[in-house]
Design a protein around this ligand. Sequence first.
Ligand code: SAM
Length: 352
Amino acid sequence: MTASLEAAVDTAGPAPVDRLGRPLRDLRISVTDRCNFRCTYCMPKEIYGRDYAFLPHDQILTFEEIERVACAFVGLGVEKLRITGGEPLVRRNLPDLIAMLAAIDRPDGGGLDLTLTTNGSALRALARPLADAGLRRVTVSLDSLDDAVFGAMNGIEFPVARVLDGIDAALEAGLDPVKVNMVVRRGVNEASVLPMAAWARETGVTLRFIEYMDVGHSNGWRLEEVVPAAELAAVIDAAWPIEPVDAAYRGEVAERWRYADGRGELGIISSVTRPFCGDCTRARLSAEGTLYTCLFAVRGHDVRAQVREDPSDEALLAYLAGIWSGRGDRYSELRSQATSGLPKVEMFAMGG
Ligand code: SAM
């Protein structure tokens, strides 16, 4: 943190809480809106084909701008930074950004939790440079161990073996823990739930099932395609009994379960059937520098303009604190037929 920002934090007063009393703890930073996969539930290839216009380079935040905004957020109470996208590993020189973020100090002297979410396709090449730059851990998305199912879901026939090799590379580089996220979609990859759980029990990675969510519009989401958390837990429990584990901290996204036989844990992220807005401490910064205070937001705040037009650290802190203090979002708790048609932002554009 620069001396000037440190001074601004000292005079900024107490860390902000929002209108529902929620503190600001996590910042998700999207470093690109581009992705090399075309997952059917996120960036279907029929819509995001060769002609799709992704953001031009001058419209995305530079590493220096991202670092400055991240520093300001840490000054306001953020303890965890998650790099995402699009696919973050397609942003050139990403380890350089990781090194810049890893050097940020929290005002209270505590450590910063720095992590990244990836489809794993480039981890064999990048896990070591990222770890050397200061990345602590990684979350990899993988929706099936069956090549036919996974290839159809990722939209480019990307083979399972290469993601598994990426996970191995992450473990070899000391990124620990490796978590694996699996989106479960009724009628598409339900049959992959138990094989994935069996694999995770063998390898020791922490598997988290994600309910299919109504983010954006291009996936044509329908409630019937959601496999509810309770059903997922029952399916696993019937195969290997599980018991609930208390959340590790306020705002933890996944409900945690442990296997009764001691073979590790699993998580279920149930934004649809058991919303957790009351504990949401997350803000999201898109690649073009728009700040969203809810994954289902219909509009955001232009942080890029603030950063490019006003160099003062006091002004940046006051601007961000004001956005958080005014926040009242709780979309998942209000979700209904009426909300599903709202003009929501696509997940790859906002940052997943
Ligand atoms: N490309 C990276 C990846 O694959 O992890 C990061 C971005 S991706 C948008 C982040 C996560 O969002 C992935 O785990 C993905 O499966 C999940 N995701 C995308 N669309 C989703 C949806 N409609 N419902 C639930 N999860 C979704």
